[in-house]
Design a protein around this ligand. Structure first.
Ligand SMILES: *[C@@H]1O[C@H](CO)[C@@H](O)[C@H](O)[C@H]1NC(C)=O
Ligand SMILES: *[C@@H]1O[C@H](CO)[C@@H](O)[C@H](O)[C@H]1NC(C)=O
Ligand SMILES: *[C@@H]1O[C@H](CO)[C@@H](O)[C@H](O)[C@H]1NC(C)=O
Ligand SMILES: *[C@@H]1O[C@H](CO)[C@@H](O)[C@H](O)[C@H]1NC(C)=O
Ligand SMILES: *[C@@H]1O[C@H](CO)[C@@H](O)[C@H](O)[C@H]1NC(C)=O
Length: 316
């Protein structure tokens, strides 16, 4: 047993040495990445090829990305076919600061406290959509929240979770969308989950208008300059605004005049719950398995060069 263990340890150390080599680039090795960078410029239609200053700056960030890609791939965990994969993306030539400022600043951090334990349900006498996973282990069948107009149903037992749930296979998740330079991740993710919830109850997956959320949502949400998942849900429910079909209110990726129509047909929010799940991520797992897709706000600093697969390491 012990021998076996030492052997494994030996291999692990050997691998570590091996992995460590490409992570420290000497000037020479850096130069060797130039052809790769030129290829990258061509593949992603970058425009700075003839601008020596930007070329050199971008090259520096590109090298940092190549390093990070190797590191993250080497640390990726899980079954081969599912594990997270990292590689060059159109964002690989950005500095971390630039990436953060341009693509990760959508969430309004000062609204975070809003996310604590919110459970809302409009139809107070209809419990079919109500859940409260924080209390899932309690044995009580129902209870009232401290706010007397919010009714919470507490599930009796923690469900036995299936080994695999992929809502995409069930045809209730739309395609990935590109937010471009519009900081509206909060609207994309929330409207995306509304599409899924609507598809699960109607059997028809229909793209809904993210632009409507960008243009209209109040309560401190500010379109392409950022917003908050919970505040958007708050606003949709308080104003009873239906989110229209995407084709009726198409995506422009810039702030525009609100064209919401409260009498039109669309998808309305009847209930939602907003929680902080840091360190209790298994509850998200349960929610996804038993209820459906969820919208999350995460630290995506390591996603700059993410290609696909399930991230099971370096999550935060
Ligand atoms: C680059 O431009 C070409 C021609 O305009 C286009 O076919 C290709 O899809 C573009 N590639 C990317 C990554 O945008
Ligand atoms: C409760 O449900 C009934 C129909 O089952 C409905 O008529 C009534 O308005 C509902 N009450 C509330 C407070 O939502
Ligand atoms: C409760 O909501 C579900 C789904 O939205 C609906 O099918 C059901 O008819 C509702 N029940 C009542 C009593 O309103
Ligand atoms: C159920 O709720 C009652 C009060 O509503 C409380 O006294 C009791 O401790 C609860 N039981 C459990 C298992 O939490
Ligand atoms: C709002 O929707 C209703 C119902 O579909 C429609 O009759 C009305 O013309 C719409 N209003 C606007 C301003 O588009």
């Amino acid at each position: 047993m012990k021998k076996w263990w030492n052997w494994i340890l030996g291999i692990a150390l050997f691998c570590l040495l091996f992995i460590a080599i490409p992570l420290t680039f000497s000037g020479d090795e850096k130069e060797k990445l130039k052809p790769m960078f030129d290829n990258y410029i061509q593949k992603f239609n970058k425009t700075y090829k003839d601008n020596p200053e930007e070329y050199e700056a971008r090259f520096k960030y590109f090298v940092a990305s190549v390093r990070e890609i190797e590191l993250l791939n080497s640390e990726s965990r899980g079954p081969e076919q599912h594990r997270a994969r990292y590689g060059l993306t159109k964002l690989s030539d950005m500095s971390k600061a630039e990436y953060r400022d341009v693509h990760l600043s959508d969430e309004k951090p000062h609204k975070r406290k809003h996310r604590q334990n919110k459970n809302y349900n409009k139809k107070k006498n209809n419990t079919s959509n109500v859940f409260d996973i924080d209390d899932a282990e309690n044995d009580n069948s129902s209870g009232n929240s401290p706010h007397n107009n919010i009714y919470i149903i507490i599930r009796k037992k923690r469900a036995t979770l299936p080994l695999k749930v992929d809502w995409r296979d069930k045809g209730v998740v739309g395609p990935v969308r590109d937010q471009g330079l519009c900081g509206a991740c909060w609207a994309f993710s929330t409207v995306g989950v509304m599409e899924s919830m609507a598809a699960m109850s109607t059997g028809k997956l229909q793209p809904l208008s993210v632009q409507e959320a960008i243009d209209c949502a109040g309560l401190g949400n500010s379109g392409c300059e950022g917003g908050d998942i919970c505040l958007l849900l708050d606003w949709l429910m308080m104003t009873d605004t239906p989110v229209l079909a995407d084709k009726e209110y198409p995506l422009k990726l810039r702030d525009g005049v609100c064209r919401a129509n409260t009498t039109a047909t669309g998808v309305r929010v009847d209930s939602f719950t907003c929680n902080d799940f840091v360190d209790t991520e298994d509850k998200i797992l349960e929610m996804i398995a038993t209820h459906g897709p969820v919208t999350v706000a995460v630290n995506a600093l390591t996603w700059q060069n993410y290609l696909g697969g399930v991230i099971q390491y370096h999550c935060r």
